[in-house]
Write a protein that binds this ligand. Structure first.
Ligand code: C5P
Length: 300
C-alpha cells in the first residue's frame, strides 16, 4: 500500500466534570453517571500496512517520561485483534503511537487510543462496520472506550460507561490546567477504596449539563464533582495540598480526572490558565494548559 494511504489521527485525553458512582454491580463494575469532556492533550496514531499481514504496535513517548505498556497489554493491539476476530478480515496493519497523555493518570488515554484504533482500522481495512458494532467492541475493551468512539467531545455517560449520550459542545472553549503526576494510580484500587456510604449518593448531572450549555465557566467550576475523589485522596493524601495550591493560584474550581491522580483546575481564560500553571508548576511532576476539543478522535 502506498504511503499516501497511511491514516493519521489524534486521540484525546478526557476529564470527568461530573462522576457519580450509583452502585456496585455483580460483575465487579460500578454503575456510573458521568459527564466526560475531551481536551486537546492528544496522542498521535498512524496506521499503515504491514509487510507480513501481522498486527504490530509501536509506542514511543513524546517526552520520554512515561513507562510504556507491554504490547500484549496494549489496548491498541487488543482493539485490532478484536476487530479482526469479529469481522474475519485477514489483513494486518502497522500502528504507531506517539504518546503524550500520561499512562495511569485518569485521563482515559489508553481508552482513546483503543477507540482511535477501532475507527482507523475500520477505515483502513474498509470494513464499514455499523457504529453499534464498534460500540460493542469498544465496551469489551474498556469502560471509557465507548465515550471516545461515540464521537462527541462532551457526553453524558451511564451504565458501566457503555451508554453514551452526546451533549452539545459548550458555546465557548473551557480552559484547564492539568496537574500531572508521574506515579500512576490503578483504577481498580481506587474503586476498591470506595466506602459503602460513598456509593449511591443522590446527585443529578442536570445542573452541570445546563452550566455547560450556557457556557457558564464559573458555574461549571462550582459544580465539579467526582465520587472517586475521596478514595483517590485517601490513597494519595498529597493531592489535597495540590488541590488547594490550584485554588490559591486562581483556579475557579478543581476536579479529579477519572480515578486520578491527575488534578485539573478550571480557568476563566487561556491567559489565566497559563498564569495558574506557572504558579503551581513546582507542586506537580508536570503541568499542562489544555482546552475543550470537539471530538475525542480526529482524523488528520
Ligand atoms: O473497564 P476498564 O477495564 O477500564 O475498568 C478498569 C477497572 O475499573 C475495572 O476492573 C473496575 O475495577 C473499575 N471500574 C468499575 N466500574 C466501572 C468502570 C471501571 O468498577 N464502571
Amino acid at each position: 500500500m502506498a504511503v499516501s494511504q497511511m491514516l493519521r489521527l489524534t486521540t484525546s485525553a478526557k476529564l470527568n466534570l461530573f462522576l457519580s458512582v450509583l452502585g456496585r454491580r455483580g460483575d465487579g463494575y460500578h454503575e456510573l453517571q458521568g459527564i466526560f469532556h475531551s481536551v486537546d492533550l492528544v496522542d498521535d496514531l498512524e496506521v499503515g500496512s504491514s509487510d507480513n499481514g501481522d498486527i504490530s504496535v509501536e509506542v514511543t513517548s513524546a517526552d520520554g517520561g512515561n513507562p510504556l505498556p507491554e504490547m500484549t497489554e496494549n489496548l491498541i493491539y487488543r482493539a485490532a485483534v478484536s476487530l479482526r476476530e469479529h469481522t474475519g478480515v485477514e489483513r494486518g496493519a502497522r500502528l504507531r503511537l506517539t504518546k503524550r497523555i500520561p499512562i495511569g493518570g485518569g485521563l482515559g488515554g489508553g481508552s482513546s487510543n483503543a477507540a482511535g484504533a477501532l475507527l482507523a482500522l475500520d477505515r483502513f481495512w474498509e470494513l464499514h462496520q455499523e457504529q453499534a458494532t464498534l460500540m460493542e467492541l469498544a465496551a469489551e475493551l474498556g469502560s471509557d472506550v465507548p465515550f471516545c468512539l461515540a464521537g462527541a467531545g462532551t457526553s453524558l455517560v451511564t451504565g458501566r460507561g457503555e451508554q453514551v449520550a452526546p451533549l452539545p459542545p459548550p458555546p465557548t472553549l473551557l480552559w484547564f490546567v492539568l496537574g500531572l503526576s508521574d506515579t500512576p494510580l490503578r483504577t481498580p484500587q481506587v474503586y476498591a477504596e470506595l466506602a459503602d456510604d460513598e456509593v449511591g449518593i443522590e446527585q443529578s448531572p442536570a445542573p452541570m449539563t445546563m452550566a455547560l450549555a450556557a457556557g457558564d465557566v464559573r458555574e461549571v467550576a462550582a459544580l465539579l464533582s467526582n465520587d472517586l475523589e475521596a478514595p483517590a485522596l485517601r490513597l494519595r493524601p498529597e493531592l489535597e495540598a495540590r488541590k488547594e495550591g490550584l485554588i490559591d493560584a486562581g483556579a475557579l474550581g478543581v476536579g479529579l480526572s477519572g480515578s486520578g491522580p491527575t488534578l485539573f483546575g478550571i480557568a476563566a481564560s487561556r491567559s489565566d490558565a497559563q498564569s495558574i500553571a506557572r504558579k503551581v508548576a513546582g507542586g506537580f511532576d508536570r503541568v499542562a494548559v489544555v482546552c475543550s476539543t470537539p471530538s475525542c478522535v480526529a482524523f488528520l
